[in-house]
Structures are given as C-alpha cells and as structure tokens.
Ligand binder design. Structure first.
Ligand code: CIR
Length: 267
C-alpha cells in the first residue's frame, strides 16, 4: 500500500439497487415518501458519476425486505486491506450486515466482524489521513464505537471517538473530507472543535444537507440543490459534479451512504 495515496483515491465500489420498498425508508421528520422511480433515477446518476470518476462499480441486487438497504455504507466499513462488518443501530436495518457479508467475503481477503453487542452505522465513520473518526450518535453507541476502534487498531490505523451534534442522524450527515487537509462541515459540527487540526470550509446557513459531499479521485460530488455551497466550492477550485439528491433526501440520505468505496490493490 502506498502511503502517499489519498484516502479519497478509490478504484472500487459496491452499490445496491433500490428496492420498491425504498419508499418506506426510515426518516426522522414528517417528510413525504420518495418515489421509487425518483430514487432509481438518482441512483443511476450516482453510478454514472462514480464510474466517470474512475471507479469500477459492483451493483448488488435490490433487497425488498430492507427498505434502506440501498444505503450500503451503513452495514460495513471497507479499506484496502480489509472489510469490517458493522451492526446497524436501527432495528429494521439489523439484517443488512448479514446480507452484504457474502459479497465482502468474496471481494476481501480479510473480513472482521464487529465484536461485542454495540452498534455502529458506517455513516458515522469518516476516514481521514489523520485518523478514522467514529461519531457517537443515536445509531452508534459507545460500546460499538469502542469495538470498532479495536478493529481499526488491529488494521494498524488510528481511530478517534467524536460526538455528533444532537438530532443529526450520522456524523457524516454534517461533514465530508474535501482533500487531505480540508473538511467541509456544518457550523454546528465545527463548533464542537472536532476539526481543529483541519482546514475547515463551513456550509452556508440554511444549506446544511450539502455537507454530505463526496470526494472521489479528482471529482467532488455535491448535492445540486444548494447554490451557495456549489459556488463556494467551485471558487475554491474543486472539480464539482452536482448530484440530484432530493428524493433520497426525503429519507435522510446523502451521497456517501450510497456506496462502499475503497482502493483495491493490483487492479
Ligand atoms: C436511515 O435512516 O438509516 C436511512 N433512511 C438513511 C441512511 C443514510 N445513511 C448515511 O447517511 N450513511
């Protein structure tokens, strides 16, 4: 593994087709349901964008029994050297880890199981060059976060437990890594001081859902409905690709949750 490779350099990804049941996906607020067709269109656009960014995409079949299973980021965590099967914190998503396990066992030499009984959603995990940040949230508890930190330690990486703002679904709902030194963050998350060792770009007030952007190789995918964020990031010189997220946004999802991404050696 080259130590100079950026953590956002990916050549492989897994996504899962949306199921018809995606219209029943979990949501915290009173949002109207998305349509299956709308979600499918956004998902197709996402696959195209990450392929164009240089990533080979494995598409898994829809799972009707799991409305939120399109969000493959949550039941697992993947690195070049290993995958870790997590334990999603929402009861309706608990079976998603077992559903994705055979694929990960096929594609990775080493697959670790989260030990113990705690819970972790992958949406709470931000991989940065300094550490793997694990956000405590309503989905990720201390027992799960500590167990995950132990797995990450075994892989020779450094883990760090951090807080997610109250009422925010996942740590990464409110932030993303823009490059090796820079994070994009909401003001409410940045206020906690969690990114004090990074250069911080703060989301304009009222555009908070834009914080879940996704850097893939030379491209920065950004939700398309947030013009001030798009303009700010464009001026900073990032290679912006605006992505439609209005439908998945109705079930509290953003861009990172739609894929598991890693750099596969020897490809
Ligand atoms: C959920 O509540 O679990 C889904 N409706 C949304 C999951 C979004 N996942 C993510 O941000 N990693």
């Amino acid at each position: 593994m080259s130590s100079s490779r950026s953590v956002y350099h990916f050549n492989s990804a897994i996504v899962r087709e949306p199921s018809r049941s995606v219209v029943d996906g979990l949501r915290a607020g009173e949002h109207a349901s998305p349509t299956y067709e709308g979600v499918k269109m956004e998902h197709d656009g996402y696959i195209t964008a990450i392929r164009e960014a240089g990533v080979e995409v494995t598409i898994l079949p829809a799972l009707e029994a799991f409305p939120d299973s399109i969000f493959v980021e949550d039941p697992a965590l993947v690195f070049t050297e290993s995958a870790i099967l997590l334990r999603p914190g929402a009861a309706s998503r608990a079976g998603e880890a077992a559903a994705i396990a055979p694929t990960l066992r096929d594609m990775f030499d080493k697959v670790l199981d989260l030990p113990g009984h705690g819970y972790v959603d992958g949406g709470d995990v931000l991989n940065t060059p300094k550490s793997v940040m694990i956000g405590l949230s309503a989905r990720t508890d201390k027992a799960g976060a500590e167990a995950l930190a132990g797995c990450i330690d075994k892989l020779g990486r450094k883990a760090e437990l951090v807080a997610t703002p109250e009422g925010v679904l996942h740590f990464k709902t409110d932030c993303s890594l823009l490059d090796d030194e820079t994070v994009l963050s909401t003001a409410r998350l940045a206020r906690s001081g969690v990114f004090k060792d990074f250069k911080q770009i703060i989301i304009p007030e009222g555009e908070e859902p834009a914080a879940n952007a996704l850097r893939v190789n030379d491209v920065l995918m950004v939700p398309s409905d947030y013009p001030r964020t798009l303009e700010m990031l464009d001026k900073l010189g990032y290679g912006i690709v605006p992505m439609k997220t209005a439908e998945i946004g109705r079930i509290d999802a953003g861009l990172s949750c739609l894929s598991l991404r890693w750099y596969r050696n020897g490809q």
